[in-house]
Design a protein around this ligand. Structure first.
Ligand code: F6R
Length: 615
């Protein structure tokens, strides 16, 4: 969602804030701003749209700045109040001495606003954030201490927040606080940072302290003091970030999305590393901290996730049920949290999330924990809030994912589900040895097969060009690739804004077939050798009879397919059960090239944010 970075120290403050915001850019935003302490004043700069606008604004007004010594910066993804200059952060109190940036949603802001209006505060924006600015200023008037003022204020807030506050009368001090929204402090020599996510600071230091809910940090150039909501000082663990700044560069690719698609073979090698040694050895998954005897009897799993992670979860359901015979429910976190579930202490609850910060999934996980379920988290961010809630944690090690559209993290989640499903099957003894060996063999060969796909993108590019002018698509499949069809459709709609729907091929004739004509291409994923191929082929014939243009994504060598399909995209031969790990790649590329042909903003599609930290 929004991104926050704050800095106090010896470096050029504008550059540090600007670099930090640039590295958070991938999260999506509609406006940006900075508040700088300079020459005894606090100076505010805001612009709408891309960060380059803020850069240009600062450049144009650079004569106003003498030597800034601290500052806070923000990129906003509008929730309360439209994207506009007046709603952009930082916000100020009525007299302008106090500035604040905020990520999250304050649920009781209307009540607080009423009270503050009665006290004579002048509101300028439609945001919930401005309420916090007035509230802290009001508290500061009596407390005369910024930390106390922030503490007293956040006690009155309901909802989610990560805030950074500066005050004209408290030079070079940034006070940060958080609840249900991520925030970290990063430590340097004669300088310190505060930010909503690690990419903002990775260029400068790897030493970080993650704030927990209800903690408050006071950050100056040479000290960081962290206290709980009652003001008791807390000594926190300093963690060393595992990433290099290079992870944030495109390394010659036109977009992060393309780079991340191409990283997938290595990502898969990484996920398998140390867990799958050879076809004769059992999977090693020490991350699952449940006694083997309990796992043997386990008969209920619930998986909760959102978006692309939800699609990986659907594949996970298929695999765990198929390999280990354990019943699995999959549900969107946003639905799970608002109903009576059957989750109990004998349920294994699996949360899947690239960012580990998705608010709906975090709430769902907390609810499951309250029911005493064992919570296993599969995430790309072992440093995230969700990871900290885990009883068992499987980090997927895909490396930082910058493009808003998830690609390599999806592959890494998928492979983690293969490992988990095999691990459960091995404990329960539900699969025969030869079958297990063949699956492991296929998994080991996956990276090189994906490399084959990535070295032959021309047919996908051609297909993208041919179909980029269509306004609607249907993606169909059956069985293990149904979730791939959902994911392929999601990739296409989110980066090209083409209406695309994933559908169970057998369901086509129960309604959607009514929409089919020459304007509605149908993309079918069909892998021979399994139980679904012939059936999907018949479903494609039904679509063809309605004049739909047909695209096949297949590992079949059957030359007759060319007489049925308008385009055939071929992938290497693969066992159907393993195929989603390959079929997702051409679909990512197809979405990418269509968006490219349409001139869309591939890495930062409109209206989207990389990590959705509000419910
Ligand atoms: C799609 C996409 C989103 C996320 C969803 C969940 O490409 O990125 O649909 O998958 O917002 O995010 P995480 O996985 O971070 O919980």
């Amino acid at each position: 969602m929004c991104g926050i970075v704050g800095y106090v120290g010896k470096r050029d403050v504008v550059s540090v804030l600007f670099k930090g915001l640039t590295n958070l850019e991938y999260r999506g935003y509609d406006s940006a701003g900075m508040a700088l302490r300079d020459d005894g004043e606090i100076k505010i700069y805001k612009t709408l749209g891309k960060l380059i606008n803020l850069k240009n604004e600062l450049e144009a007004r650079k004569s106003e700045l003498k030597h800034p010594t601290s500052g806070i910066g923000h990129i906003r993804w509008a929730t309360h109040g439209s994207p506009s200059l007046v709603n952009a952060h930082p916000h100020t109190c009525s007299c302008g001495k106090l500035v604040i940036v905020h990520n999250g949603i304050i649920e009781n802001y209307k009540e607080l606003r009423e009270e503050l209006l009665k006290k004579g505060c002048t509101f300028r924006s439609q945001t919930d954030t401005e309420t916090i600015a007035h509230l802290v200023a009001d508290e500061y008037a009596s407390a005369k201490n910024l930390e106390t003022a922030v503490r007293n204020s956040v006690k009155k807030l309901q909802g989610a927040y990560a805030v950074c506050v500066m005050h004209k009368d408290v030079p070079d001090v940034i006070v940060g606080a958080r609840k249900h929204a991520p925030m970290l402090v990063a430590l340097g020599e004669d300088e310190n940072f505060i930010a909503s996510d690690t990419p903002a600071i990775i260029e400068y230091t790897k030493k970080t302290i993650y704030l927990e809910d209800n903690e408050i940090a006071v950050v100056t150039k040479d000290r960081v003091r962290i206290t709980d909501i009652e003001g008791n000082e807390i000594i926190k663990k300093v963690e060393i970030l595992p990433w290099e700044p290079a992870a944030l560069s495109k390394q010659g690719y036109k977009h992060f999305m393309l780079k991340e698609i191409h990283e997938q073979p290595d990502v898969i090698r990484n996920v398998l590393n140390g867990k799958l040694y050879d076809i004769d050895s059992p999977i090693i998954l020490n991350e699952v901290k449940i006694d083997k005897e309990i796992l043997k009897k386990l008969n209920k799993i619930q998986i909760i996730a959102c978006g692309t992670s939800l699609h990986a979860a659907l594949s996970g359901k298929y695999l765990i049920e198929d390999f280990a015979g354990i019943s699995v429910d999959v549900e969107a976190s946003s639905e799970y949290i608002y109903r009576k579930t059957t989750t109990d202490e004998s349920t294994l609850v699996i949360g899947v999330s690239q960012s580990g910060e998705t608010a709906d999934t975090i709430t769902a996980i907390k609810q499951a924990k309250a029911k005493n379920s064992h919570v296993l988290i599969i995430t790309n961010r072992p440093d995230s809030n969700m990871a900290r809630l885990a009883d068992s944690l499987i980090p997927v090690n895909a490396g930082i994912e910058v493009s808003v559209a998830a690609t390599k993290s999806y592959s890494a989640q998928l492979i983690s589900f293969y490992l988990l499903a095999i691990h459960l099957a091995e404990i329960k003894g539900t699969l025969n040895k030869e079958y297990l060996k063949s699956i492991k063999h296929e998994l080991i060969k996956l990276p090189s097969k994906i490399e084959e796909v990535l070295s032959n993108v021309e047919p996908i590019k051609t297909c993208a060009k041919k179909f980029s002018s269509y306004k609607n698509f249907i993606f169909i499949s059956r069985g293990i690739n149904l979730s791939t069809a959902y994911e392929g459709a999601l990739k296409l709609k989110e980066i090209s804004y083409i209406n695309a729907t994933g559908y169970a091929a057998g369901e086509l004739k129960h309604g959607p077939i009514a929409m089919l004509d020459e304007t509605m291409p149908v993309l079918a994923i069909l892998i021979p050798g399994g139980i679904t191929y012939e059936k999907i082929l018949s479903n494609c014939e039904e679509a063809k009879a309605r004049n739909a243009k047909l695209i096949a994504l297949t590992s079949s060598n059957d030359k007759n397919l060319e007489s049925i399909f308008d385009v055939v995209i071929r992938i290497p031969e693969i066992n159907e059960i393993i195929s989603p790990a390959i079929t997702c790649v051409p679909l990512q590329l197809l979405a990418y090239y269509i968006a490219e042909y349409l001139g869309k903003d591939v890495d930062q599609p409109r209206n989207l944010a990389k990590s959705v930290t509000v419910e």
